[in-house]
Design a protein around this ligand. Structure first.
Ligand code: SRM
Ligand code: SF4
Length: 552
């Protein structure tokens, strides 16, 4: 049960003087690599997290050394779209100030780890030079807006995609703190920081928006607090179905927490009404969300407490118009379509597999170097997918051979062809060593677990099945494991709950099937289920649907 006392973060927000807090003082303090306690929460609103290297925690504690503090910086890239010169800059910034790995996240942006306190400003200033920022990439505000990534999805992809940017700008906090603190800009005396949306209390919790263009649900639209489903009729974008109350996090042992897919509550026609509805969903969450128990503060809990009808009524009242009846839509896929695809204008797009979103020079394939060379041609746009992959996009027909030859020379084409479908459809969250909440490994472990699962897939003739497999190091759900056909959720070192039965399209959550399994347990449970599936599945029946129909 929640008590009614506001959580301590509420006070930190309201007394932060527009998210400034004592950040300037924290930065100047050379005695520690950390920021002051109260600034810990505030830096999130500026797109960064204070972390420490958990691999060396014990060793340093034994030597009576402070933790090895560093910062993770996450960019705000609505719709996951980056120009070639921005990628070149990100490559060098990663090399100059971070671990060097560019991490593509499950919400279509990138983040860098291991940035020391004195390197935060140069990092953000170098990003700013190529028009990139990290404002509101974290914190109790609207986060990076995700949008179906593949431009060949529809001739009006650009029109839908533009909403990601419009919504992101509409919902940015008004404070200029980011520019003053990190970019050394002068305080603008005339500038009015009054923020009608966030006021001085911001939202009770993080808020996420995703936009899907059916039939593709690559953004897992129903896992967002607010999902927009584009409705295209007679080749025209007529508006969006509005879905509210998605969210995945649970807490082990806390039965009040649950994963939930968003409920579609109606349709809005046209840009003005859609943006108004989006805005007012946030004001409802601002005014009704739980500000005492952060575990129960996401919109999904607000919605369930209010009831869907009451929520819709409140929204219509705030909007000044009624939502129209939900329009029919159909999702058929969620995974990325690898390899070359042409769009309606004849431009080419190459979707490239990036294991768990980690762009780095691997032993077999120097991916990061190859991408730099590709970016330096200036002939492409980079697009990040919510499956942690990369689309080399908008390649003119005449430029395709140049890009293809680079992909060939670095062995990327060959590698992409040889990778199994389960691996290609897998996602793992960051987890150890940087995530303070990780109970178990995820991105450092899933690749080897899949190598152990591949012989089982072979044995049961399931190699061609693109089973969606996702792993997280804790129940927060950053790789959306509860919306996977096979979900593995860390419970402790080397132990995972096994969830089964999500569908391939992202419209059904899975169910916890076994608890606290080690690797041997995971392999033996899946061996049995794979065998049953292979022998008894109906024609065209996907793994998750079979498990849901017969086993759960
Ligand atoms: Fe997440 C917290 C990483 C997508 C639910 N998430 C964290 C933190 C910041 C840990 C922390 O609070 O200190 C992780 C940083 C790890 C690190 O070292 O980098 C972290 N989350 C990630 C990323 C990078 C995972 C990845 O490997 O790609 C994803 C960044 C997305 C982005 O660009 O914004 C990421 N996180 C998600 C998703 C998936 C999504 O949004 O589609 C979820 C589940 C959906 C949802 O929000 O319900 C998710 N992250 C959480 C939660 C649980 C929130 C809640 O409702 O309780 C936390 C913990 C928290 O907020 O207290 C969390
Ligand atoms: Fe960390 Fe848990 Fe998110 Fe993984 S799911 S990144 S372990 S908070």
């Amino acid at each position: 049960m929640s008590n009614s006392k506001p959580s301590p973060i509420e006070k930190i927000k309201t007394s932060s003087k527009g998210l400034r807090g004592t950040l300037q003082e924290s930065l100047q303090d050379e005695i520690t690599g950390a920021v002051r306690e109260q600034d810990h929460a505030l830096i999130k609103f500026h797109g960064m997290y204070e972390q420490d290297d958990r691999d060396v925690r014990e060793e340093r504690a034994a030597k009576k050394l402070d933790k090895l503090y560093s910062f993770m910086i996450r960019l705000r890239i609505p719709g996951g779209y980056m120009k070639a010169d921005q990628w070149v800059a990100a490559h060098h910034i990663a090399g100059n100030y971070s671990t060097g790995v560019v991490k593509i996240t499950t919400r279509q942006t990138i983040q860098l780890h291991g940035i020391l306190k004195h390197q935060i400003k140069p990092t953000l200033q170098d990003f700013n030079a190529v028009h990139l920022d990290s404002i509101a990439a974290c914190g109790d505000v609207n986060r990076n807006v995700a949008c179906t990534s593949h431009p060949s999805e529809s001739p009006i992809h650009e029109e839908v995609h533009a909403y990601a940017d419009k919504i992101s700008r509409l919902l940015l906090p008004k404070t200029r703190a980011f520019y003053e603190i990190w970019l050394d800009e002068e305080k603008l005396v005339e500038y009015d920081e009054t923020d009608p949306l966030y006021q001085d209390r911001y939202l009770p919790r993080k808020f996420k928006i995703g936009i899907a263009i059916p039939p593709n649900n690559d953004v897992d639209v129903l896992t967002n607090d607010l999902g927009l489903i584009a409705i295209i009729e007679n080749g025209k974008l007529t508006g969006f179905n509005i879905a509210v109350g998605g969210g995945l996090s649970t807490t082990h042992g806390n039965p009040d927490t649950y994963a939930r897919l968003a409920t579609v509550i109606g349709f809005t026609a046209g840009e003005e009404k859609t943006l108004k509805a989006v805005y007012e969903v946030l004001t409802i969450q601002r005014d009704f969300g739980n500000r005492s128990d952060r575990k129960l503060a996401r919109l999904k809990y607000t919605l369930d407490k209010m009831g869907i009808d009451a929520f819709r009524k409140e929204l219509e009242q705030r909007c000044g118009f009624e939502l129209e009846e939900t329009k029919p839509y159909n999702f058929t896929a969620r995974t990325d379509r690898y390899g070359w695809q042409a769009d309606h204008r004849g431009n080419w797009h190459y979707t490239l597999f990036v294991e768990n979103g980690r762009v780095t020079d691997e032993v077999d394939v120097p991916l990061k170097t190859a991408l730099l060379e590709i970016a330096e041609t200036g002939k492409i746009i980079f697009r990040f997918t919510s499956n942690q992959n990369l689309i080399l996009s908008e390649i003119q027909p005449d430029d395709k051979p140049v890009i293809e030859s680079i992909l060939q020379r670095y062995g990327i084409l060959e590698r992409d062809e040889s990778i199994g479908l389960m691996r290609k459809n897998s996602i793992a969250c960051v987890a150890l060593p940087t995530c303070p909440l990780a109970l178990a490994e995820a991105q450092r472990y899933l690749p080897s677990l899949i190598s152990s699962l591949e012989p089982l897939l072979e044995k049961h003739q399931l190699k061609e099945e693109g089973i969606i497999t996702r792993m997280t190091g804790c129940p927060n759900g950053c790789a959306r494991p509860y919306a996977a056909e096979i979900g593995l959720v860390g419970t402790g070192p080397g132990r995972y709950n096994l969830h089964l039965g999500g569908d391939r399209e992202g419209t059904r959550l899975n169910t916890r099937y076994r608890e606290q399994l080690d690797e041997a347990g995971i392999l033996s449970e899946l061996d049995i289920v794979f065998d049953q599936y292979n022998k008894n599945k109906k024609e065209q029946e996907n793994f998750g649907d079979y498990v849901q129909r017969t086993i759960l």
